[in-house]
Design a protein around this ligand. Structure first.
Ligand SMILES: N[C@@H](CCC(=O)N[C@@H](CS)C(=O)NCC(=O)O)C(=O)O
Length: 213
């Protein structure tokens, strides 16, 4: 059995999508980050960085712990042989768009969201900087998708990992320059209409509501 420690956020959602796409058995262990549960000693023993998501695969032996969403998706892809080519140019095409998300849209949109909605003071320079960089990155994705269905050949972990932050960015930055990103919007609809993606979003929503009471 696989235990996934997560919460309903763009990063926390990624492994749920992947587990559903792979058809694996798993248990959702909800870690309420608004209540600080990601900083408890029990959770820090799983992820010393104190952030969701993290996964413990208890199948066989002493089990395998993995944190960082990109590493979790690669682990699950290699465990199942799905959504990441084992070798050759296709593998690196997928990995480059996977890491584009982990080091790009995730942190930039995350900071834009923080400075816009959570910072105690409104700092125009910070808001503008992260907004511009987020829009630029979304534009790179849009341009790449102008003549392809998926980010890297077949549907892959690159699509799975990019989905949540793109959806959040397109909605959060609506009216700020995202209206021209038609290829990216069409891709978001394609990913979002997959049965596994719908199931993942529903399960996470249900688990969060069950935990929050
Ligand atoms: N690079 C990490 C980012 C994880 C991350 O930032 N998780 C957020 C939720 S989206 C979190 O746990 N925040 C709580 C905190 O920082 O204390 C990954 O991709 O897994």
């Amino acid at each position: 059995m696989i235990d996934l420690y997560t919460w309903q956020t763009p990063n926390g959602e990624k492994p749920v999508l992947m587990l559903e796409e792979c058809g694996l058995d798993y248990r959702l262990e909800m870690i309420d980050i608004s209540a600080g549960e990601q900083k408890t000693p029990e959770f820090l023993a799983i992820n010393p960085n104190g952030k969701v998501p993290a996964l413990v695969d208890r199948n066989g032996g002493e089990g395998q712990t993995v944190f960082e969403s990109g590493a979790i998706l690669i682990y699950l892809a290699e465990k199942t042989g799905k959504f990441l080519t084992a070798s050759g140019p296709g593998r690196y095409e997928t990995l480059q768009w996977t890491f584009f998300q982990v080091g790009g849209t995730g942190p930039m949109l995350g900071q834009w969201h923080h400075f816009t909605n959570a910072a105690p003071d409104q700092i125009p320079y910070a808001i503008d900087r992260y907004k511009k960089e987020s829009l630029r990155l979304l534009g790179v994705l849009d341009d790449h998708l102008k003549d392809r269905e998926w980010l890297a050949g077949e549907y892959s972990i690159a699509d799975i990992i990019n989905f949540g932050w793109v959806r959040s960015g397109l909605s959060g930055l609506k009216g700020e320059g995202t209206e021209t990103l038609s290829h990216l919007m069409a891709w978001t609809e394609r990913v979002g209409s997959r049965p596994a993606v719908k199931r993942a979003i529903e399960k996470l929503d249900h688990a969060k509501r069950a935990k929050s009471g």
